[in-house]
Design a protein around this ligand. Sequence first.
Ligand SMILES: Cc1cc2nc3c(=O)[nH]c(=O)nc-3n(C[C@H](O)[C@H](O)[C@H](O)COP(=O)(O)OP(=O)(O)OC[C@H]3O[C@@H](n4cnc5c(N)ncnc54)[C@H](O)[C@@H]3O)c2cc1C
Length: 303
Amino acid sequence: MFRDVVLGLGNNPVVENVIKRYGMQMGASRFVAGHTLPEAIEEVRAINRQGIKATLDHLGESVTTERAAAEARDSYLAMLEAIQQSGIDSNVSLKLTMLGLSFDADLAERHLLEIVEKAAHTNNFVRIDMENSPYTAQTLTLFEKAYAEFPGAVGVVLQAYLYRSMDDLRRLSSPPRNFRIVKGAYMEPVSVAFPSKADVDENYLRLVETSLELGNYTAVATHDEQMIGRVLKYVHEHGVARDRFEFQMLYGVRFSLLQSLAQQGYRTRVYVPYGEDWYGYYVRRIAERPQNLLFFLKTLVER
Ligand SMILES: Cc1cc2nc3c(=O)[nH]c(=O)nc-3n(C[C@H](O)[C@H](O)[C@H](O)COP(=O)(O)OP(=O)(O)OC[C@H]3O[C@@H](n4cnc5c(N)ncnc54)[C@H](O)[C@@H]3O)c2cc1C
């Protein structure tokens, strides 16, 4: 409910103006690792020193011109080059609407293949983030096309709030692939997504367990201690090797929990976004937690 209200308000131009104007000083900077790639690389270096890997995300989504899509592609090619040159331990995450998916799926496919090819040649990996449900089927199709050409260099995300995700997981797990499982961050109608948190949580665990059972490499992306505890119980009871899964969290959220998992010898990774186009990302983070909105409003009033 809170989530839907915030995500709905995020589409209001007045709210957007206020948040874009004051957001960086009032909370967004906590979730964003800098404006530029060099800044983000230094953040990743510090994270790596704690034994934690990263995935770099150049913020941006829903571009509407070929030029912006080509710029996004170039930024990812440069990012993969910079990761190799700097020696940091990081792969990359991207959104297909940043590569033009909303207006030209063929263009997005060409850009994606170029990026995944570069990742394969630099011994790296591209995670395709999952956006809102109008893009789910197309995202999975483009993932399969990229996987057919560069199987070790690409993975995708499945969202536990979608009814379809279990079917997608089963359909796409032969041969085993590399999935990140998340609860889901967008506003979705009840026709496609579980409305209740309890159902999403239950489906989340079923997806993680099924993904592991089917032999997939599984990224358990959540800050939910209860989910993490139950996944740990499952992997211990089923003797799942530690190199078959990893825990992932977002930059700026519950880092101490991730540190503690890293100290216990589990693979861990932080999702590190950077860049100027932080608005949509920040609104989704506010929507996940009432305290994040209170922090924003308190700082706004105190100005
Ligand atoms: C690495 C990573 C990649 C992701 N990629 C995608 C993607 O591709 N597509 C997609 O739809 N979603 C993605 N998400 C977001 C995800 O769908 C959820 O919206 C988000 O992770 C919050 O859900 P949760 O699993 O942490 O559980 P929740 O039940 O929402 O939260 C559990 C607890 O975590 C803490 N917490 C959660 N969110 C925040 C926050 N924003 N600020 C502070 N504390 C918080 C709180 O203590 C909360 O009680 C990703 C998440 C992660 C961690």
